[in-house]
Design a protein around this ligand. Structure first.
Ligand code: ADP
Ligand code: MG
Length: 291
């Protein structure tokens, strides 16, 4: 590897806000065969917004008050969206006690003497909650690319809160550019299969690995690396750090968490998905000059 080629590549990257942490990162960029992209906060803006509230046997304001009390204790982006919406549309707070976070599933707590569980279908199954008539509505939300936050009160399904997280403006173009460069693109997410599939379809991504628990993301990367395939992982969150470390090339979104940025080999300062193909192109150019 000639130091000049490395310097040129690093400089080119810096101009675009693509920070290669070292020469190996630059060289590896040239060899990437598959790019795995986290959905929330990477392909999407990571700014979820409530779009629908569907109740079953409770007044809407009451549902929002109970759910918001639980979500106020959670740091999940979905929880923040729910709390913001509830504060605007159903003011009046309730206090949750015995709060329990269930990573990759949701959260539970006690509110005004009621047992309130909020989260995904896996959590409802684990809690023995039957969705009843809400099951069809949940599927409709998911088919529309929305995430349904399911609420159960005292063991009974009480409502759904539909949340949408819009794709970043350049996500589809980034996927197209990667395909053009002969690179496979995979979406990796903890969100449910149908919601993820819908967003992947909008962006032109063929392969979706959904409903992955935070602790299992790195193992999914290892599976994709079988046979010596060079895999890059693009992520933004604390949950993504082990997967970024496992990947041959970890790429962090600049707007992401400190942990992701520290773990990554490449940082995209502009948080623009189009800078992923740019990074690989710069790597390839550098490698050509080194031969
Ligand atoms: P991701 O950030 O990739 O969507 P997570 O592993 O954080 O994945 O969560 C997976 C799923 O668990 C979410 O899509 C959501 O359905 C559910 N979930 C997790 N935390 C909460 C929460 N506080 N409130 C509601 N749902 C939650
Ligand atoms: Mg994320």
């Amino acid at each position: 590897a000639t130091p000049t080629a490395i310097m040129v590549g690093t400089g080119l990257g810096a101009k675009r806000g693509v920070l290669f942490k070292n020469a190996i990162a630059l060289e590896t960029s040239a060899r990437v065969q598959a790019v795995v992209m986290d959905k929330t906060g990477t392909l999407t803006k990571g700014e979820p917004e409530v779009t629908d509230v569907i109740t079953a046997g409770l007044a809407e304001a009451e549902l929002l008050r109970l759910v918001a009390a639980v979500e106020r204790e959670s740091e999940h982006p979905l929880a923040e969206a729910v709390v913001r919406f509830a504060d605007a549309h159903a003011p009046g707070t309730a206090k949750a006690t015995k709060f329990e976070n269930v990573p990759g599933h949701g959260a539970k707590a006690e509110v005004d003497g009621h047992r309130v569980v909020v989260g995904n279908t896996k959590l409802m199954r684990a809690e023995g909650v039957d969705l009843g008539s809400l099951a069809v509505r949940r599927e409709e939300l998911a088919a529309g690319g929305r995430t349904a936050v399911i609420a159960a009160v005292d063991g009974r399904a009480a409502g759904l809160i539909g949340v949408a997280d819009a794709p970043r403006a350049t996500s589809a173009a980034a996927v197209a550019a990667l395909h053009q460069a002969g690179v496979e693109v995979v979406m990796l997410t903890g969100d449910n299969e149908a919601t993820a599939r819908r967003i992947a379809d909008q962006l032109g991504i063929d392969t979706v690995i959904a409903e992955v628990l935070p602790g299992d993301k790195a193992a999914k990367i290892a599976e994709l690396q079988r046979g010596g395939r060079k895999v890059a992982m693009v992520g933004d969150g604390v949950n993504d750090a082990p997967a970024l470390a496992q990947a041959d090339l970890g790429i962090a979104i600049g707007a992401g968490t400190d942990v992701a940025i520290e773990t990554a080999d490449v940082v995209l300062m502009r948080s623009d998905p189009l800078d992923v193909p740019t990074a690989l192109t710069i790597g390839r150019g550098t490698l050509r000059k080194m031969r």
